[in-house]
Design a protein around this ligand. Structure first.
Ligand code: ZN
Length: 416
C-alpha cells in the first residue's frame, strides 16, 4: 500500500508505448510492460495466453478531393482497393438516412459522422459501415468529432470482401459538401496486407478459499492516432492499482473467491482476445466466474457509469459500493457489445464496464479514437477516483456470500 506513485507511473509507462494497435511494436512493448506491471501489482507471476487472429496492416493509404490530397486514416481491417466515385453525405449515418437515400448510394462513397462512443443512443461505426456495404457503396468515409483531427476505429469487416474505409477530419468532410455543381468526387486508394498473427492475453491469479473467481480486466490494445490514453491506458492503470491495493492485504487463506487480473488483447478487433479466452474455457470454468469487472475508459468525464449488458442482478451491489465511495454511479442496462464484458455476458457471466463521461457530450471522452486521446486529458485525481470505485466493487465481490453472488446472475442467459 506504500507506493502512492504506482498508478501514475503505470499510466505514463503505458502511454509511452504509443497507441498500441494490435500487431505493432507499440502493442508488443505494452504487452511486455503489462507482464511486469501485473506481477508487481499482484505480487504473483503473470501467465501469457497466446491466441491466433487474422492480422492486418495498411501498406499505403491515400485520399484525394477535387482540390488535392488530404490526410486519411484506414479503419482497422478495411478492405484494400482503389475507387473513384462521387461522395454522398449521409449526415450522422442513421438507418433513416440510409433508407431515405437508398437509390442514390450504389456506386458512390458513403460519408457519415463518428459520434460520442459513450452514449445511450450511439450508433456504432461498424453498423454504419455495414449499412454502406449493403446499400452498394464503393467506399466509406467517417468524419471525426474534433476540429483538425481524423478518427480511427475498426471497420468490423471479418474475412468477407468489403470496401475501403477511412477516418477523416471534419474539415475534409466539409470539402465533400454537395454544391449546385453536383457531388464532389473522391479517389480512395488503400493497399493492405493480411496474415496469420498471434497476440497474448495476460493473467495473474490470486486463488481464493473457494472455487469461484472474480475477473478484474482491462484491454491492452488501442489505436495509433494518439496514445490511447483514456481508451485504455487509464483502464489498465486503474485495474493494476485496484489489484495492487487488494493484493496488499490479502487474508492468509485468501478471500471467499479468487481474483483473476486479466489484460485482454485485440479488443479493438471486435473483442477477439476475450472471445478466444472464453471459448477456451470449459463450461465448468465459465460457471466458476462470478463476476467480470471490466475497466475501459474510466476517466474523461464528470461522472462514472456501469454498462451492465443486461446483468440487472449486480446493480444493488454496484450502487452500494458507489455510495460507500460517495459516487453517483449511472447504470445502463441494454446490451452493448462495446467492450470485453459483452463476451462474458454472452457466456452467461454477469459483469459490467466501468466508463466515464457516459452521455456527456462535452466530455474529454468524446476524443477517444482521435489524435487528441493523449495523457494530457487524464488527471491523477481522475485515475485515483476510478481506482477507488473499482477497488471497492472488486473487494465486495470477492467476499460476498453465496446467496448474494447467486443473485448476480438474475436475468442472465444461461451459459451453454
Ligand atoms: Zn476501449
Amino acid at each position: 500500500m506504500t507506493d502512492a506513485r504506482f498508478i501514475t507511473r503505470a499510466f505514463e509507462a503505458i502511454c509511452d508505448c504509443g497507441g498500441r494497435l494490435c500487431g505493432t511494436e507499440s502493442e508488443r512493448a505494452a504487452t511486455a510492460l503489462l507482464h511486469d506491471l501485473g506481477a508487481e501489482a499482484a505480487g504473483a507471476p503473470v501467465r501469457a495466453e497466446p491466441f491466433a487472429y487474422r492480422g492486418w496492416r495498411p501498406l499505403s493509404c491515400a485520399l484525394e478531393t477535387p482540390a488535392g490530397p488530404v490526410p486519411a486514416h484506414p479503419l482497422v481491417r478495411s478492405a484494400g482497393g482503389e475507387v473513384e466515385a462521387e461522395v454522398i453525405d449521409l449526415g450522422r449515418g442513421e438507418p433513416e438516412s440510409f433508407a431515405a437515400h437508398a437509390d442514390e448510394i450504389r456506386g458512390r462513397i458513403a460519408l457519415v459522422r463518428h459520434e460520442l462512443m459513450f452514449n445511450p443512443g450511439t450508433l456504432h461505426r461498424r453498423i454504419k459501415y455495414r449499412a454502406a456495404v449493403e446499400a452498394g457503396a464503393v467506399g466509406f468515409l467517417i468524419a471525426g468529432p474534433a476540429a483538425g483531427g481524423m478518427v480511427a476505429g475498426s471497420s468490423g469487416r471479418g474475412d468477407e470482401p468489403g470496401i475501403p474505409a477511412f477516418g477523416i477530419s471534419p474539415e475534409t468532410a466539409a470539402a465533400f459538401a454537395r454544391t449546385s455543381a453536383g457531388r464532389p468526387v473522391a479517389r480512395m486508394s488503400l493497399e493492405t496486407e493480411e496474415f496469420d498473427a498471434t497476440a497474448d492475453n495476460l493473467f495473474v491469479d490470486l486463488p481464493g478459499a473457494g472455487p469461484e473467481t472474480v475477473v478484474l480486466c482491462a484491454h491492452i490494445d488501442g489505436h495509433d492516432l494518439g496514445e490511447s490514453a483514456i481508451d485504455n491506458a487509464a483502464g489498465l492503470a486503474v485495474a493494476l492499482e485496484a489489484a495492487r491495493r487488494i493484493a496488499a492485504d490479502r487474508p492468509a487463506g485468501g478471500w471467499r473467491r479468487g481474483l483473476r487480473l486479466a489484460f485482454f488483447n485485440a479488443e479493438e478487433w471486435a473483442l477477439t482476445g476475450s472471445a478466444r479466452h472464453l471459448d477456451g474455457l470449459t463450461a465448468a470454468e465459465r460457471a466458476g466466474i462470478s463476476l467480470c469487472v471490466n475497466i475501459d475508459s474510466p476517466v474523461g468525464g464528470a461522472g462514472l457509469a456501469a454498462l451492465t449488458c443486461g446483468a440487472a442482478g449486480i446493480e444493488p451491489m454496484l450502487l452500494r459500493a458507489a455510495e460507500a465511495r460517495g459516487e453517483t454511479l449511472r447504470l445502463h442496462r441494454p446490451f452493448q457489445a462495446n467492450s470485453d464484458h459483452a463476451n462474458f455476458a454472452r457466456a452467461g457471466i454477469p459483469g459490467f464496464r466501468l466508463v466515464a463521461g457516459f452521455g456527456e457530450h462535452d466530455a474529454a471522452a468524446r476524443l477517444v479514437l482521435t489524435p487528441f486521446d493523449r495523457r494530457d486529458l487524464v488527471s491523477d485525481a481522475a485515475l485515483r477516483r476510478a481506482a477507488d470505485l473499482a477497488e471497492t466493487i472488486t473487494r465486495a465481490a470477492l467476499d460476498a456470500n453465496d446467496a448474494e453472488a447467486a443473485s448476480w446472475r438474475a436475468g442472465m442467459i444461461e451459459a451453454d
